[in-house]
Every structure is written in structure tokens, then in C-alpha cells.
Design a protein around this ligand. Structure first.
Ligand SMILES: [Zn+2]
Length: 488
């Protein structure tokens, strides 16, 4: 992450060390500087005695925030799948659906019929026809056996996919976008995507859903992706369903052409009121129990720590690490945690090759708010690094600060940032709540602007309100309409 432009072998080693700090070796795919083997977080490490499908399931859960439990939504999704199955060419196939506790906009299917759908995607959809279009698309991949034997074999080595690091070529957004782009399924071909779209529209229409759900949802997804906001809410930068499922204008156009073969707009079921009622109260955006940033401050209630990044930094929480980038891109940081044996000193740890080119003479041990810590410097070709390792509970927290030009003020700011690392109080942890979707009824005097002001989102609330509700700035709201807003 921190070493974007060094062109030699050094680059590979160093950037992999940085990128892959929490990416334990989990598969045998050959890493390049664009692809890193999959993360296998503690507790879900690959056990070769487990069946592949079970391993994949564990990896997916680990990468997408675990299961999102919501009985009402789960029932709606299962009912939708049931209707689709009955209308499909393969009513004999069985599906299982897992909701993922992830703000990303994502859905995918394993060849065994296990479907996954993120709560971020569920929140973006505005009716059951849109939901059905996504589920039917994934079922379409299963029905058409797109994940054929060859893909299945590929999966066994590169299981779900690879870390997509094309974003690295754009250092300004690269660091922040990085781990958001972590796992994508082995991509299907463009032709397969179009085929799945075609199957989806037909299946949805025969199941009684409005066949324009796909074109609406693809449009919503594209608009959501266009809300690029460095340092903002997070999901907009996500490289996810879009990367494996490009919502190109062409795909939207195709979905429209397909839909018109079945019916005119408004013919099928949308069931918007029921769907929105299902969404009321669901978690929106990052789940703070897994760590979150508010401005420069990062808090992780579950792990029980907080710290504040140096001035000018925007933070992004990812499954593997907390990443930070300073305005202008000249400085960056990464925080992750690892297990280090209690008998290994932090000095030894820093010298032991966590990253290359550590200046052994620079290592010093000290205390941060009662925790043992050690620091050192390291030098790459274009970046200089200030490293910290800090023991907290049974883990070691690793901070890497990087600067293109490591002057004294930067180094001081890095030290000051680490000195803010401390344990959160129980009271602090108890006060943290996620953002949630609320379904509200439009009143006679409501306007788009007024409703957008109720959004508990500082970053482009109006645009987010519009995208979330499938509205444009010119759309008039009718009293009695139901809309989604995001609240504390
Ligand atoms: Zn697809």
C-alpha cells in the first residue's frame, strides 16, 4: 500500500509486506504485486480436512463481516428465492441464502447454490423486484453452470478470488480503496454476465416480479459507485459487485430491452411498501462494533481500543487493517494486529523482518499509556517509514507510517498519533451505535432537501438520499410516499 512506485523487486517484497501484513498465507496462488493471497483471519484458517464449500463459506464470512442476522429480511429473501425457483428452468435446484454484515454492495453465488447478499446491497434496493433481479442473476450463474469444472479447480487454489489491486495504480485513492477491493469472486466472463442478466429478467418476470427491477437496480448501483468520496462513508469506493458485475450503460440498456419483452413498466409486482418495511431499522454503513472512523479518530469497541490519526489524515477501516491517507497523498498509514509470542521482545520483533530495511540502530522501546511498545525507522526507495509495535492484550498492534519526505514535523505527528492509542472505557464502548435505515412517510411540506437534511451523513447527504431512494433531483415527492433515510 505504501510503496506505490518503486519499480524493482524491492517493491514487490516491501509492498507485499505492507499489503499483506494481515494476509496470512491461505492459498497457493502465486502472489504478484497486483495479487495477494487471500486473508485467512484467525479462527477461520483453512483446514484442508474441511470440504471446499465449507472453507469458502468461512472465508466469505470472514471477509464480509460475518452473517447479518435479521429474521424478517431473511424470510423475505427466502420467499423471493422460492418464487424465483418455481419460475426457473431448474426448479429442482436448491439454494441457501446468507446475508452478509457488510456495507459493500455485493452478491454472489457458489456453484453449490449457496447465495450471498450483503446488507449494503439490500439497503440500496428499493423494492422486491430489484432484490429479485439480483437473486435471480446469481441463480442464473448457478443454473447456467458458469462456475464450471475448470473454474472450480481454479477456486481450489485461488479460492474465492484475489486481492484486486488495480487501485494501487492510483495512489491518491489507492490506499483508501485498497482493502475495500479485497475479495472478489473469480469473475465470470462478460458473456456469462449478460447471460445471467437475461436469465434473471425472464425468471423474475415469470415469478410475477416487475421485470424492470434489474435495470433500476443496475442504475442505482452505478449511481452509488459514482458517489466517490474520499474520506467519506466508505461504500461508495467499494470495488465489489461492480467489479465482477460491471453495471455498464450497456448492461442497463440490455436489461431494459429484456424487460420490455415481458411487459410494460408497472405490470409486475414491486411490493415496495412491504420491502421498505422490511428494511426499517437495518444497519447502514460500517458496523461500528468492527471498528470505525469518525474524522481522524478510530474506535474499535469490540477490540476495545481507540487512537487518533495525524492531522490531515482520512481513515478507512477494512477487514485487514485500518488504512489512512493524508491530504495530497504524501503520507499514509496502516494499522493491523498480529500474534507475537510473549517471549519475543518487541525490539526483536521489529528487527525480525516484518518489513525490509529496518534500521536496527533506530529501534527503541518505550511505553504508550501503560502498554509496552517499540519503534523503528525503515527506508524504501521512495518512502520512509516509522514503525511502531505495541502489545495490547494478547496481540501486537502494528502501526506503519509512511512519508515521501520524512521531515521532523511528520515524524513528530506520527509519534503523537501513536501516543493517543489507549483502551476504550466500557462507557465509551456502550455509547457506540451503528447508523440505521429508517423508513419515513413523506409529509405535505417535505421536500427532497428537507428529507436529505435528516440524513445522519455528513458527506453528500442529498446525493445519497437520492441514490438510496432511486430518485433524481427533479422527482417530486408525494405526501404519503415512503422513503429511506439514514439515522443515528
Ligand atoms: Zn454475475
Amino acid at each position: 500500500m505504501l510503496d506505490w512506485t518503486v519499480p524493482t523487486a524491492t517493491r514487490r517484497t516491501l509492498s507485499l509486506a505492507l499489503l499483506g501484513a494481515l494476509l496470512l498465507a491461505g492459498c497457493t496462488a502465486t502472489p504478484t504485486n497486483r495479487q495477494v493471497s487471500l486473508p485467512v483471519p484467525d479462527g477461520t484458517s483453512a483446514d484442508s480436512s474441511q470440504p471446499t464449500a465449507q472453507r469458502e463459506h468461512a472465508r466469505i464470512l470472514a471477509s464480509y463481516g460475518g452473517v447479518y442476522e435479521n429474521a424478517r429480511l431473511q424470510a423475505t429473501i427466502e420467499k423471493t428465492v422460492e418464487l424465483l425457483v418455481a419460475a426457473s428452468e431448474r426448479p429442482d435446484l436448491k439454494y441457501r441464502v446468507t446475508m452478509l454484515n457488510s456495507p459493500a454492495i455485493n452478491a454472489f453465488a457458489l456453484p453449490n447454490g449457496h447465495l450471498y447478499i450483503s446488507r449494503g446491497l439490500i439497503a440500496l434496493a428499493s423494492d422486491k423486484a430489484e432484490l429479485a433481479s439480483v437473486l435471480a442473476h446469481e441463480m442464473g450463474h448457478v443454473i447456467a453452470r458458469h462456475a464450471d469444472i475448470r473454474a472450480e479447480q481454479a477456486r481450489q487454489t485461488a479460492i474465492i478470488g484475489t486481492l484486486v489491486n488495480d487501485v494501487l495504480s492510483d495512489p491518491e485513492t489507492g490506499a483508501l480503496a485498497l482493502a475495500k477491493s479485497k475479495l472478489t469472486l473469480a469473475s465470470f466472463s462478460r458473456a456469462q454476465e449478460f447471460e445471467a442478466d437475461g436469465i434473471s429478467v425472464g425468471m423474475s418476470a415469470r415469478a410475477g416480479f416487475d421485470s424492470f427491477g434489474a435495470s433500476r437496480f443496475l442504475t442505482a448501483m452505478q449511481r452509488n459507485a459514482d458517489l466517490k468520496t474520499p474520506g467519506g462513508g466508505g461504500e461508495a469506493r467499494t470495488v465489489d459487485f461492480l467489479s465482477s458485475h460491471p453495471a455498464t450503460p450497456e448492461r442497463v440498456k440490455n436489461a431494459l430491452v429484456n424487460a420490455r419483452q415481458f411487459s410494460g413498466p408497472g405490470a409486475g409486482e414491486r411490493d415496495r411498501a412491504d420491502y421498505l418495511a422490511d428494511l426499517d431499522g437495518i444497519v447502514y454503513g460500517e458496523d461500528p462494533s468492527e471498528g470505525f472512523a469518525r474524522g481522524r479518530r478510530f474506535q474499535h469497541p469490540k477490540l476495545g481500543f481507540t487512537f487518533t490519526a495525524p492531522p490531515g489524515f482520512a481513515l478507512d477501516n477494512t477487514a485487514q487493517a485500518v488504512l489512512g491517507l493524508k491530504d495530497g497523498g504524501g503520507e499514509a498509514m496502516r494499522l493491523d494486529l498480529v500474534s507475537v509470542p510473549a517471549e519475543q521482545t518487541l525490539t526483536d520483533y521489529l528487527k525480525a523482518g516484518w518489513i525490509e530495511n529496518v534500521d536496527a540502530g533506530s529501534v527503541e522501546e518505550f511505553k504508550i499509556n501503560g502498554f509496552s511498545a517499540a519503534t523503528a525507522t525503515a527506508k524504501g526507495e521512495q518512502w520512509s517509514f516509522r514503525l511502531f509495535a505495541l502489545r495490547f492484550g494478547s496481540d501486537v498492534y502494528r502501526f506503519i507510517f509512511a512519508a515521501k519526505a520524512m521531515a521532523a514535523p511528520s515524524d513528530r505527528a506520527f509519534r503523537e498519533s501513536v501516543s493517543t492509542f489507549r483502551r476504550m472505557s466500557l462507557k465509551e464502548s456502550a455509547q457506540i451505535h451503528p447508523l440505521r435505515l429508517r423508513i419515513v412517510t413523506v409529509r405535505a411540506d417535505d421536500t427532497v432537501d428537507r428529507l436529505a437534511k435528516r440524513m445522519a451523513i455528513a458527506d453528500h447527504p442529498l446525493e445519497r438520499f437520492l441514490v438510496l431512494n432511486g430518485l433524481t433531483a427533479h422527482d417530486a415527492l408525494k405526501p404519503g410516499d415512503k422513503v429511506k433515510i439514514v439515522v443515528e
